[in-house]
Design a protein around this ligand. Structure first.
Ligand code: G3H
Length: 528
């Protein structure tokens, strides 16, 4: 591939040798082992990977040091952070988001280089995260306002609030290294928990511009950031049994392995966003122009590297021929290039081994009788493999069974709607579905069934997480707990309350508590 000139703003002029990590409120200098960070985007004729810099490759000692800092900051529930007034925690978060906003350019540039996300999508990831934090703050104010009261039932007075759970281990994915990680971390800490956070395996350097903001905005030990491999960091932390919440967006195999290492399974709460195999179901009366556009975006936005991507497409046999022809042609027209190039849709794959993996899926499908429908499908160049539209796909093929998380689109034809429904019921996954069609008499019973198999039915629209105020969850191996601005605050907290029998002594105490404002918990203060 030719490498057109890189705009000055996006050039890598110096490498980033990241050595700082945040533990117990101190930005410490790391002098141990480091891991080199490369981008699969190249600036050379021979298309060699670009060296971006390096980051600490920490181990058990540092992991446990970070955990102890979080445990101390929680302080058996007595820490300054978990007992702080809600309005004061909100001020810390407001200060953080203001500082974060000043780092937009740096983070966006690194998003492009480290994970190959297009410029508009990288900007969107940053802006969406800022919006998510602001919405979370507003939502927390409402939650707190609703708690500024007493209830009385059967002569028992109750002052009910949501309290933190304790120490959270927070692990995010490489495809949304900023947004998805912060969608866990931000509500977790806002609710009064303390956290150890380890950035994803790719998309590490882009977190470093934010370390100072974390350090300056929160009391010591509330947010601890360490770098290294999941196995070296997360495993030892879980084994201590001191983690109260595992918050992870990634693969169910990692979540299972980590969960199993925790010795006290009932102590451990789980907030997990896991893999999926979201189907598109295209009915015979579907509007094909719209369906093809939505299926293109659904299967290939960010090269299919989204948990919400459409990963299998069922098309009714009456229209499958026309769909295949038009869809394949549209795939081959998608512009490929570096993330900052105007209008680009397909970009280099950040995992060096991904093209070979996609090729394996392709070989397996071809061996079992499928064909590649689009001319460019499967062509390799440099750091990419062109999206292959594969048809007819059968259930014994790996591309049907595995979450491809990359550019390959399996298509199946059906003549009986029970076929996709049975497959979905049988599947280990249950996140979302896209349903394309017009006739309400057909759609109505289908929607009623699909809503019981997945957690979001997208009508004539591709699958997606956003807007982030809507519930994001899944059944089976696709998720545990629900994320959204509203739900995440609840997922990272528990209802806890002060109850007292309605008598003169207790009522006098309660009145004094409110008057003196000595308790941060028992408070009817209303956040304006
Ligand atoms: O990787 C999974 C993401 O949550 C998908 O989010 O649908 O906004 O791309 P998105």
């Amino acid at each position: 591939m030719n490498t057109p000139e890189i705009p000055a703003a996006y050039q890598i002029t110096e490498t980033i040798d990241q050595r700082q990590y945040l533990v117990d409120g101190t930005l410490k200098e790391w002098s141990g082992k480091t891991a080199e960070v490369y981008s699969t985007i190249s600036v050379t004729e021979s298309y060699a990977p670009t060296f971006l810099g390096s980051a600490p490759d920490m181990g058990e000692t540092e992991a446990l040091e970070a955990l102890e800092a979080a445990v101390r900051a929680y302080g058996k529930g007595q820490g300054a952070w978990p007992t702080m007034r809600v309005r004061d925690r909100i001020s810390c978060m407001e200060s953080f988001v203001e500082k974060m906003k000043t780092k937009r350019e740096e983070v966006v540039k690194l998003l492009m280089w480290e994970i190959g996300k297009t410029l508009p999508d990288s900007e969107k990831e940053f802006d969406r995260t800022v919006e998510y934090i602001n919405d979370t703050i507003e939502n927390y104010k409402n939650l707190d306002r609703d708690s500024a009261k007493f209830q009385k039932k059967s002569e028992v007075l109750a002052h009910i609030r949501r309290g933190p759970l304790g120490v959270v281990l927070c692990l995010g994915p490489y495809n949304y290294p900023l947004n998805e990680t912060f969608c866990l971390l931000i509500p977790a800490i806002l609710m009064g928990n303390t956290a150890v956070f380890k950035p994803a395996k790719i998309g590490v350097l882009l977190i470093t511009p934010l370390l100072e903001a974390f350090q300056e905005s929160f009391p010591k030990g509330v947010v601890n950031v360490v770098f290294g491999r999941g196995r070296a960091i997360a495993g030892p932390i879980m084994k201590t049994g001191k983690v109260d919440v595992l918050a992870l967006i990634g693969h169910s195999s990692s979540a299972n392995a980590l969960q199993e290492q925790h010795p006290k399974s009932n102590r451990l709460r789980l907030v997990l966003g896991l893999e999926a195999k979201n189907p598109a179901i295209v009915l015979p009366d579907a509007d094909l122009d719209l369906t093809i556009d939505e299926c293109l975006a659904g299967t290939l936005s960010f090269n299919g590297q989204r948990c919400t991507a459409l990963k299998v497409v069922y098309v009714h046999e009456e229209i499958v021929e026309e769909f295949n022809e038009r869809f394949s042609a549209a795939v081959d027209k998608l512009p490929f290039g570096n993330p900052w190039e105007k209008g680009v849709k397909l970009t280099p794959l950040p995992e060096a081994g991904k093209p070979a993996y996609i090729q394996e899926l392709l070989d397996d499908a071809i061996e079992k009788g499928a064909k590649v429908l689009n001319e460019k499908g499967g062509q390799h160049f440099d750091n990419y493999i062109w999206p292959a539209v594969v048809y007819p796909v059968t259930k014994d093929m790996r591309v049907y069974q595995e979450e491809q998380f990359g550019p390959i689109i399996p298509i199946l034809a059906f003549n009986d709607i029970e076929q996709p429904l049975d497959d979905m019921a049988e599947s280990n996954y249950g996140q979302q579905v896209s349903l394309f069609g017009k006739d309400v008499y057909t759609l109505a019973p289908l929607i009623d069934t699909l809503a019981n198999l997945v957690c979001r039915v997208n009508l004539n629209s591709s699958c997606q997480r956003g807007p982030d105020v809507y519930p994001f969850t899944g059944r089976k191996d696709s998720a545990v707990a629900t994320l959204s601005v509203h739900d995440a605050l609840r997922s990272f907290s528990i209802r806890t309350f002060v109850a007292s029998k309605d008598n003169a002594l207790n009522n006098e105490i309660l009145e004094k508590l409110l008057e003196t404002r000595l308790s941060n918990f028992v408070s009817t203060d209303y956040i304006l």
